[in-house]
Design a protein around this ligand. Sequence first.
Ligand SMILES: *Cc1c(COP(=O)(O)O)cnc(C)c1O
Length: 463
Amino acid sequence: MKYISTRGQMEPVSFLDAVMTGLAPDGGLLLPENLPSIGSKLEGWKNLTYQELAFEVMSLFTTDMPADDLKHLIEKSYSTFRAEEITPVVSVGDLHILELWHGPTLAFKDIALQFLGNLFEYILEKRGGELNILGATSGDTGSAAICGVRGKENINIFIMHPEGRTSPIQEKQMTSVLDDNVFNLAVDGTFDDCQHLMKSIFGDVAFKHEHSLGSVNSVNWARVLAQTVYYFYSFFRVQECTGAKEVQFSVPTGNFGDILAGYLVAQMGLPIKKLILATNENNILSRFFNSGEYSMGDVVSTLSPSMDIQVASNFERYLYYRIGKDSAKLSELMDGFAETGALSVEGSDDLFAAGEGNTAETLATIRKYHAEFDYTLDPHTAVGVAVAEKFEGRASSPSEPLVPTICLATAHPAKFTEAIEQATGEVAHHPELDKLADAETRCDSIANDEADIRDYLISKTAT
Ligand SMILES: *Cc1c(COP(=O)(O)O)cnc(C)c1O
C-alpha cells in the first residue's frame, strides 16, 4: 500500500515514510492510494479482541511492516489502557456510548498517540537517527503526545501551550511529566500564537531537516489509521446486543480527524447509515454539511475547548474524496480558501447529518444524563449526544427499523470539571487527576518570539 498527497505533486511513499513525512511537501495531506474493501471480511472479525481487530485493520495499510512487528506495537500501545476492552461500549438510555477515554491521559487522543509514539520509536530503531517533535496545544493533544513518547530513546518532545490559558488540570497533566526528553514551553501568548510559531518553524524546510523536526498533530496519517479501529469494534458490540445490521455514529468534531476515520471506514464497507457530525458554536463544519459553504468565522471559547477550531486540518482529506479525487481542483479550492477564507462545493453527501450543540444544550444534556441515568458526560461528548438526540434513530419511512446510535465519548468528565459542576452542582473526580494536585512540575516560560523558540530547540538538541 502506497500513500499519495491530496494535492497530487508527491511521488507515492510507503506507510513508514508516510508516518515520518507528516505533511506532504506539496502542502497536501497523505492518503492511501486506494481504500481496501472489507465487506467480505466483516463476519470473520466479529469475535476479535480490540488488539486482534486493530491488527487485521491496520495490516491492510501497513504493508511495509512485518506482521509480528505490527502485532507487538499494537500490544504495547494498548497495554497502558485502564479498560480491558480498550474502548468499551455502554448502553445509556437509548444510546450506545463508546468510551474512548480509558487511555493514560483520559482523552480519546491516547488511542492514536500511544500508537504513534511507539511507531516513531520503532522507525528510529530500524533506521537510526533522532526525532524532535514540536507541537502546539490548547490542552488534550499536548498531554497525550507527551505521554506517547515520554522516556523514549532518540526522541525529544517540545510542546508549546499558551501560558495561563489552558485548564489547570490540562497544564498539570503536561508539566508533571518529568522525563528528560519532555520540554513544556509556556508561551506568553494565545493558542493561535503557539500554532503560528509552530507552522512558521515547520515552514523553514532547511531548519526542519537540520533538526529532524516531526509532527504529532492529526495531519499524521497514523493517527487517522489508529482511529478507524474503534468504529469496527463498537459496531460488533452493538450488533451483538441489538442484532442491528446498520448503525449510525455521532462524533463530537473539531479538527475532523475522528470523524474522518468513520468516513473512511464507511467507504471500506462497514454498514454505517449516518455519520452525525456535531460541533459546538464553532460550527464551520456543520454549516458546510448543511449548505456546501465552508467559510471561516471567529473562534469562540466554549465548554468544549478541544472543539474550538475553525480551520479543520483533516477536512482537506474529505474534500479530496468529495470532489472525485481531483487533485488539481482540490489545490484550487484550498488556495482560494487560503486567500479568502471561504470555499464552496456543489451537491450534498447523504452519509452525513450535521448539527450544532450550543453551550445551553451542552449543559442541559450533561444535567439530563446525570439525573436520569446517573451517567456523567464530558462536555465534548455532551455536544455529540445533544446533536444525536436531534437525529436519533430517524428512519426514512415508518416501515423502516430504527438504527442504533453509537455516541463517541471523547474525554473523561473529570478533565472538564468546571463544566460538570456548572451542569450538575457536583465535582467530577478521577484518581489519576486527583493525584496531580501535589505533583512536582517542570516548565519553561518563553516569549512569543520565533527566534527564542528556535534558540531553545537548538540548545536542548545540540549533541
Ligand atoms: C480532539 C478532541 C475532539 C475533537 O476531535 P477531532 O479529531 O479534532 O475532530 C473532541 N473531544 C475531545 C475531548 C478531544 O480531545
